[in-house]
Design a protein around this ligand. Structure first.
Ligand SMILES: C[S@@+](CC[C@H](N)C(=O)[O-])C[C@H]1O[C@@H](n2cnc3c(N)ncnc32)[C@H](O)[C@@H]1O
Length: 415
């Protein structure tokens, strides 16, 4: 068993923490908590790669350097807030933002690269982040209302000098003057973010580099040319910080057993803006209400916040009412993919735990040990017991997904 400094984040409700930890411990993993965030864990024993653990397989943990958890925590969006994540893939920070704003909040996650956008969407689906909508734009050209976004994360493309321990190529690839195009792009993104920021709003600028030209110089640019002010960030427990601009944080990677990272919180002076709302622009597909969804699938329709479903291109997407109210008609965006749609039929992806009842009922399969879960994942079947072609599966009280019932057997199939 090897010891590492790798860290991960729990992706679950507070009442599920004990079960997620038990699931990890049952497979032999050991870890400890961190003071800066109650969802962070540092791995101390890894009998198999953590990415192959059941907890990771079912989206209850996300492997993430602890420095990378800081930008959402430093932005500190309010519960139920709406956040714009300008440069989002693969979604490490989007996922944490989604947790911080909670089921009543929403994140609009933008990523211009088609491949990376696909990764972002797959990660959000896997983690059950139904309150994340995604879009594909160069951030500097996002067609959003100016002055309307109270919370923005700009985790900018950067030279990655803070990650050289893991990625030695970064230092070679982005040496000397080679970072100039990145610096130009960072300024364009900062200019756009400043324009989108609501009066009184917070913009968190972060990079995983230690390059002054991409960090402190960009903050000076935002203050001198974009009318923003630096709001002091308090240091996070368990990290050590290198000297930087007053109020900004430059994580000392070696001293923190983490990646080097830079964080600056910028605010636009003024009072909170009043949210402008749309009159529900039409969506490109068939709308299924939550009552119709229940009737067609036999499932509870998911999140507590008002929503409906859009069926288009053979897929069904959960659409939060909030998104329809706030996003301008010109924005092309996608809701949370929930399954397949063909004509009037709608089938939910069996691995989506969002639709598994929070408490097991009499027909559910509740497993207290991991070997039967491994057996099911490797294709073995079990006697059935569910109804309606599926049976909810739990580890203790953790929803894992739906088994497919075939005759008098049930089996795991996540297609
Ligand atoms: C540092 S990474 C973001 C990491 C991400 N926030 C996370 O925590 O997983 C920067 C991202 O910006 C994207 N990007 C590149 N050019 C961009 C642009 N013009 N506008 C918005 N995003 C851009 C890159 O494709 C990359 O995915």
């Amino acid at each position: 068993m090897k010891n590492t400094h790798r860290s991960f984040r729990l992706v679950c409700a507070p009442k599920q923490v004990a079960d997620v930890e038990a699931l990890l411990q049952a497979e032999g993993f050991s870890f400890h908590g961190e003071e800066f965030f109650d969802g962070a864990r540092v791995l101390t024993g890894e009998p198999i790669p953590l990415g192959r653990s059941l907890a990771a397989r079912f989206g209850y943990i996300y492997i993430q350097d602890k420095s990378s958890m800081l930008p959402p925590l430093a932005l500190a969006p309010a519960r139920d807030a709406v956040v714009l994540d300008l440069c989002a893939s693969p979604g490490s920070k989007t996922g944490l933002l989604s947790q911080l704003v909670g089921p009543g909040g929403m994140v609009l996650a933008n990523e211009p690269s088609p491949d990376r956008l696909a990764t972002l969407r797959a990660n959000m689906r896997h983690l059950g982040c139904f309150n994340v909508a995604t879009c594909r734009y160069e951030g500097q050209r996002l067609p959003l209302r100016e002055g309307a976004w109270p919370w923005i994360l700009l985790d900018a493309p950067c030279s990655g000098w803070g990650t050289v321990e893991k990625n030695p190529a970064a230092a070679r690839m982005w040496s000397g003057k080679k970072t100039v195009p990145l610096e130009v792009l960072q300024r364009e993104l900062l200019r756009k973010a400043a324009a989108l920021l609501a009066p009184g709003g917070r913009l968190l600028y972060s990079t995983c580099t230690t390059n002054r030209r991409e960090n402190e110089d960009q903050v000076r640019f935002a203050v001198d040319h974009l009318g923003l002010a630096v709001t002091e960030l308090p240091p996070f427990a368990g990290f050590s910080f290198a000297p930087s601009l007053p109020g900004c944080l430059l994580v000392d990677g070696a001293g923190s057993a983490a990646q080097g990272f830079f964080l600056a919180c910028l605010t636009r002076p003024g009072e909170d803006a009043v949210e402008e709302e749309n009159s529900f622009p039409p969506l490109p597909g068939a709308i299924v209400s939550s009552a119709q969804f229940r009737a067609r699938t036999g499932l509870d329709s998911g999140p507590p916040s008002p929503h409906e479903f859009l069926c288009t291109g053979g897929r069904a997407y959960l659409i939060l009412e909030k998104a329809r109210r706030l996003f301008p008609e010109t924005l092309r965006w996608q809701g949370f993919g929930v399954g397949k749609a063909a004509g009037a039929s709608l089938s939910v992806d069996p691995a989506l735990r969002l639709f598994v009842p929070p408490e097991p009922d009499g027909g559910a399969l509740v497993l207290d040990e991991v070997p039967p879960i491994h057996a099911l994942l490797s294709g073995q079947s079990m006697p059935s017991g569910g109804t309606g072609g599926r049976r909810a599966m739990y580890y203790r009280s953790l929803p894992l997904g739906f088994l497919t019932v075939k005759g008098n057997r049930c089996l795991w199939s996540d297609r």
